[in-house]
Design a protein around this ligand. Structure first.
Ligand code: ATP
Length: 400
C-alpha cells in the first residue's frame, strides 16, 4: 500500500487517524457478523428496475456488493449509473425490485436513516458554512456530543490530509481541496456505504490522477464499502475491486478489472474498455489447446481454447491494440504457433512513451496497434510484419 513505510509526519497522522477509525468500524462489523453467524453482501440489488415514464433507466438487475469492496458502475452517458446510485441513496424509488443493505430491505427507509456517505462531482459544500461546520453537518443530527464532534471532525480532516483548515470557508480552498472536504464530510459519519458520483470529473487531469490514488488509498485504509460512478475506464480499471459495465440500463458484465478487460463477454464491453481490434471469422478447427479461425481474408488464426466454442461458430476475435508486436518486414521471421500478418503503415501518431499506428492489411482492412517506443518509430508507407500470440486473441460470439 502506498502509504506504508517511511512517510512524512502528515501521512503518519493520516494513517493514525484511519487506524483508530478502522478499529471502531471493525468492532461494529465483528458484532454484526457474530449476531448473524455469517457474512452477507453489504449491498444487494434484487430485480431492481427504474422507469421514468417510458424511459427504461435501469433494467431488471441483480447484483451483490461485498463488504469493504470498491465497486464501479461504468458505462457511457445515459446508461443508468446515476439512477442506480440514487436508488441506493434514497433519492429515487425503484419501479420494481428491492435494495438491501446489510441484509435489511431499505426501499422504504428514509434517506437520513440509511447511514450513507455521498460525494458528488460538484463537491456540494455549503458555501456559507466554515469547513468545520461542513464536515460536522451529518454529526449534528446524530446526537453526538460537541467534544466528540470536534474529535471526529479533526480526525476526518487528518484522514484527507487537510488538518488545520477548519476555520476557512470553502471558497478559500482549491477544487481538489474542496473535494477532499467533501470526502471528510462523507466519512466522518462512519457510513455503511460510500456513494461517489463522478467525484473527480471536475478536476484537471493531473489533480485527477492524484485524487484517484487518494480516494483509492483512503477507501482501502478505511475498508468502507464504496459504489463509485464513472464513465472513465482508466478510473474504473485502476481503482475497482469489481466493475459493473452498463449499457442502456442493463448490466453487460460484472467482474474484477482484469477479467472485464481481458475477457469481455461481448462487443460492447470489449469496445468500451480499451482500444480493441475486432476481426470476424468462423471456427474451422478445435483441439485441446487452440481454436483455429478462418478470417475474412482467408487467413487462419489461432486463439487459445477456453472451451466455449465449436467448429462452425461465427466469432469475433478481439485483440487489444497493445498486444501486437511490430517488426520491419525484411527482418521478420514468423514463429510457429504465433499469428502473423504483413501490412503497411497507413497512419501514426506519436503519444510520448508510445506510438499509435494504423496498419493497412489489405483493401479496406486495417488494424490499430499501440506500440511502446522500445526501438524506433516506423514511417508512413513502411512495410511491416505484425505478430500476436494466441493467448492475446479473445473470442466472442457474433451477436445477431
Ligand atoms: P451520465 O453519465 O450522463 O450521468 P448516467 O449513466 O448516470 O449518465 P442516468 O442519469 O442514470 O445515466 O440516466 C439514465 C436514463 O434515464 C437517461 O436516459 C436519462 O435521460 C433518464 N433519466 C434520468 N433521470 C431522469 C428523470 N428524472 N426523468 C426522466 N428521465 C430521466
Amino acid at each position: 500500500m502506498a502509504y506504508e513505510g517511511t512517510q512524512g509526519p502528515e501521512v503518519q497522522r493520516q494513517l493514525r487517524a484511519c487506524r483508530s477509525f478502522c478499529a471502531e468500524t471493525a468492532n461494529r462489523e465483528r458484532e454484526s457478523t457474530l449476531a448473524t453467524g455469517k457474512k452477507q453482501p453489504m449491498v444487494q440489488f434484487k430485480g431492481i428496475m427504474k422507469k421514468f415514464g417510458k424511459v427504461m433507466a435501469v433494467e431488471k438487475m441483480d447484483f451483490d456488493i461485498e463488504e469493504g469492496s470498491l465497486v464501479t458502475l461504468l458505462g457511457p452517458s445515459g446508461c443508468g449509473k446515476t439512477t442506480l446510485l440514487r436508488m441506493v441513496a434514497g433519492l429515487e424509488q425503484p419501479t420494481e425490485g428491492d435494495i438491501f443493505i446489510k441484509g435489511v430491505r431499505i426501499n422504504d427507509t428514509p434517506i437520513h436513516k440509511r447511514n450513507l456517505g455521498m460525494i458528488f462531482q460538484n463537491y456540494a459544500l455549503f458555501p456559507h458554512k466554515t469547513i468545520f461546520d461542513n464536515v460536522a453537518f451529518g454529526l449534528k443530527y446524530r446526537n453526538v456530543s460537541r467534544d466528540e464532534i470536534r474529535q471526529k471532525v479533526n480526525r476526518a480532516l487528518e484522514m484527507v490530509r487537510l488538518p488545520g483548515v477548519e476555520n476557512r470557508m470553502p471558497s478559500q480552498l482549491s477544487g481538489g481541496q474542496q473535494q477532499r472536504i467533501a470526502m471528510a464530510r462523507a466519512i466522518v459519519i462512519e457510513p455503511d456505504v460510500l456513494l461517489m458520483d463522478e467525484p473527480l470529473s471536475a478536476l484537471d487531469e493531473n489533480l485527477r490522477e492524484e485524487m484517484r490514488r487518494e480516494v483509492d488509498n483512503l477507501q482501502q485504509l478505511l475498508g468502507v464499502t464504496t459504489i463509485f460512478v464513472t464513465h472513465d475506464q482508466r478510473e474504473a480499471l485502476s481503482m475497482s475491486d469489481q466493475i459493473l459495465v452498463m449499457k442502456d440500463g442493463s448490466k453487460q458484465q460484472e467482474g474484477d478489472p482484469q477479467t472485464v478487460y481481458n475477457e469481455p463477454v461481448n462487443h460492447f464491453v470489449a469496445d468500451f474498455l480499451g482500444h480493441s481490434n475486432f476481426i470476424r471469422g468462423e471456427i474451422v478447427a478445435v483441439d485441446a489447446l487452440h481454436v483455429k479461425i478462418r478470417i475474412e481474408t482467408g487467413d487462419v488464426l489461432l486463439a487459445d481454447n477456453r472451451g466455449n466454442f465449436t467448429v462452425g461458430d461465427r466469432v469475433e476475435l478481439v485483440v487489444r491494440a497493445q498486444r501486437f508486436d511490430l517488426f520491419p518486414k525484411e527482418e521478420f521471421q514468423a514463429k510457429e504457433g504465433m499469428n502473423s500478418f504483413e501490412g503497411r503503415i497507413k497512419d501514426r501518431s506519436y503519444m510520448g512513451g508510445e506510438v499509435s499506428y494504423f496498419i493497412e492489411l489489405g483493401v479496406d482492412r486495417e488494424i490499430h496497434i499501440i506500440s511502446m517506443m522500445r526501438t524506433r518509430i516506423y514511417d508512413i508507407g513502411e512495410k511491416v510484419s505484425v505478430q500476436v500470440a494466441p493467448h492475446h486473441c479473445h473470442l466472442i460470439a457474433i451477436e445477431n
